[in-house]
Design a protein around this ligand. Structure first.
Ligand SMILES: [Zn+2]
Length: 210
């Protein structure tokens, strides 16, 4: 499967607007909201918004496959679950462009390749810093680890609050959404899945919203 055929993949646009054009678009939105963009407190806002966008969406400029494939090492004989839990992530929903904030738990059962835990967190971060829906974010993280490390199995669980649900529309604060993708032994082997769930249930409860 060509991973670049997924949505939320970098899109090369020869007509990409300049930062100045993007700032002008922010001024349009300010006027549309009922503001005067020439008011003193708002003069620097368009520039700040554009720089924030560079940060929120910098994941388009990075390739998570490369992050993992650069760094794995061959480790024979380690055959237990590797679990990295409570990785805080900040993403933006592609329907409203408002924050999705939550925690990711990433597990895999190595076959021969392992990576440093910071690289797993980086994969979560790169896919988060794109416009997302939580289901696809979950699948992309799992599929990338599966494709590059080729482990016996991968499990990814995300729990997150969606500001498009809490601050607008149905206004349901406190609701979190949980998604998971299990591949290989985590999907096919009940014992392995139970072992993972028991590791996760021992977790100290850390609120993603702090
Ligand atoms: Zn939304």
């Amino acid at each position: 499967m060509d991973h670049r055929s997924d949505a939320a993949e970098p899109f090369s646009d020869a007509q990409r607007p300049t930062a100045t054009e993007a700032e002008e678009a922010v001024r349009t939105l300010l006027r549309w909201a009922g503001e005067d963009p020439s008011r003193e407190g708002l003069l620097d806002t368009p520039g700040r918004v554009v720089r924030s966008y560079e940060e929120f969406y910098r994941g388009y400029a990075e390739d998570p496959h490369e992050i993992l494939s650069r760094t794995f090492s061959e480790v024979e004989g380690y055959d237990e679950i590797v679990l990295l839990r409570d990785i805080r992530f900040e993403s933006h929903c592609e329907h409203h462009m408002v924050p999705i904030i939550g925690l990711a738990h990433v597990a895999y059962l190595p076959r021969s390749r392992v990576v440093g835990i910071s690289k797993l967190a980086r994969v979560v971060e790169v896919y988060s810093r794109r416009l997302q829906v939580q289901e696809r974010l979950t699948a992309q993280i799992a599929n990338t680890i599966d494709q590059v490390l080729q482990p016996h199995g991968v499990a990814v669980m995300l729990e997150a609050g969606h500001q498009c649900m809490t601050t607008r529309g149905v206004h349901r604060p406190g609701v979190s959404m949980v998604t998971s993708r299990m591949l290989g032994v985590f999907r096919d082997n009940g014992d392995t899945r139970r072992e993972l769930l028991s590791l996760l249930s021992k977790r100290s409860s850390v609120s993603p919203f702090e």
